[in-house]
Design a protein. Structure first.
Ligand SMILES: [Fe+2]
Ligand SMILES: [Fe+2]
Length: 378
């Protein structure tokens, strides 16, 4: 037992030292420098060995305490970390199992910035200890302005990734995973789903903004159903990529300023199959991602496209959630040939589609959760 405790305390000391180096590298070198990736990877691998249980890091009276163990003996390393945390008004960080490299690198990058903003991630929560309860209170560093630039940044990132898509080129999965991770984290900080949605302002931006909105709405629905962890993340990723097949459809059809004629519509209906075929070739991708791309225009009653045989099994849960988000975002968005609808009008229309277009309990859950979020906003 003594030996085990000894090993554990050595690992904690190693973790503090590695974390300091990783943060310093992030301050010193440009974002793409190999040292940043290398030190982040090393620190995360030490941390992962400690994560059979959550790791709690606290600053109390200028002392660093990890899992109730004071780290005075680490000297300079722990002093540096305490200074960094204090500068950002953070007195506690909880690390939980399941941290992804993207999430960890983002945490290190946030810690390396001099401003006082902190950030919460799905498996890393930063904040201060509430003295009255002893519990961790997560900080919410977002102003409306922060949130708008955060959204614009994610839309821009997706645009760059999509612009590089070609039939036999690999997708930048790490970047896409990171976009999803950030939205999951932002929603978990009680930021209203309404504030996260972006308006669609132009035809050329439609696919990116719509894909981001559908991802947010799908994560929101999945969370409200109690889903978490990898499944929640995979649903977000599938939603983000649901319309990727549109990139293989002619721009004249995609950006047409008016309703599509019969032939154009027929061409457009190929996008689910194109998207699924493209995504299915990506190595290591979660199975749900191509499935959702294929099924998101199918309906609960077996109609929609691509056509399904009645004997085939019903839509995947992920596809049912994405179909709800997809229709909601499409109806609330402005088009030159019809006015945009207010959220309440859209919800009323969607309620009518329960049983035919959508799975009734899922659409009910969406409507109730959305209305609750809107009431909080008022
Ligand atoms: Fe679609
Ligand atoms: Fe869509």
């Amino acid at each position: 037992m003594a030996l085990e405790n000894g090993n554990q305390s050595d690992r904690i000391k190693k973790f503090v030292a590695a974390l300091n180096i990783a943060i310093s590298n992030c301050r010193l070198y440009s974002k793409d420098h190999a040292l940043i990736e290398e030190s982040g990877k090393k620190t995360l691998s030490i941390l992962s060995e400690l994560l059979s249980e959550p790791v709690e890091m606290m600053v109390i009276d200028d002392d660093l305490i990890i899992n109730k163990m004071p780290l005075r003996s680490v000297g300079l390393q722990s002093d540096n970390l305490v200074r960094r945390l204090t500068r950002k008004s953070i007195s506690r960080v909880d690390f939980m199992a399941g941290i992804t490299p993207g999430e960890f690198n983002q945490f290190i990058s946030t810690m390396s910035q001099a401003d006082s903003g902190s950030c919460a991630f799905p498996h890393i929560i930063t904040g201060h200890v509430d003295v009255s309860t002893g519990r961790l209170k997560a900080e919410c560093a977002y102003t409306d302005e922060d949130l708008n630039s955060f959204k614009a940044e994610q839309i821009e990132r997706l645009k760059v990734i999509y612009k590089n898509i070609a039939p036999f080129k690999q997708l930048k999965m790490n970047e896409l995973e990171d976009i999803v991770t950030r939205f999951v984290a932002t929603l978990s900080r009680e930021i209203s789903v309404l504030k996260l949605l972006s308006p669609i302002k132009s035809y050329s931006n439609y696919t990116y903004v719509h894909s981001i909105n559908v991802a947010i709405l799908s994560i929101f629905q999945a969370e409200s159903l109690g889903l978490s962890g990898k499944l929640l993340h995979d649903i977000g990723l599938a939603a983000l990529l649901h319309d990727v097949g549109k990139l293989f459809i002619s721009k004249d059809i995609l950006e047409k300023h008016g309703p599509l004629d019969e032939q154009e519509f027929a061409a457009m209906t190929n996008h689910p199959a194109y998207g699924a075929a493209y995504l299915a070739r990506i190595e290591g991708i979660a199975r749900i991602v191509p499935i959702v791309a294929f099924e998101h225009h199918q309906k609960y009653n077996g109609t929609g496209y691509p056509k399904q045989k009645m004997s085939e099994k019903k839509q995947h849960l992920g596809s049912q959630l994405v179909a709800i988000s997809d229709v909601f975002d499409a109806l609330r968005s402005w088009r030159p040939y019809r006015k945009s609808l207010a959220p309440d009008e859209v919800l009323a229309l969607m309620k009518k589609g329960a049983g035919a277009d959508f799975n009734p309990p899922l659409v009910d859950n969406f409507i109730t959760s959305f209305q609750k979020a809107s009431e909080k906003e008022r």
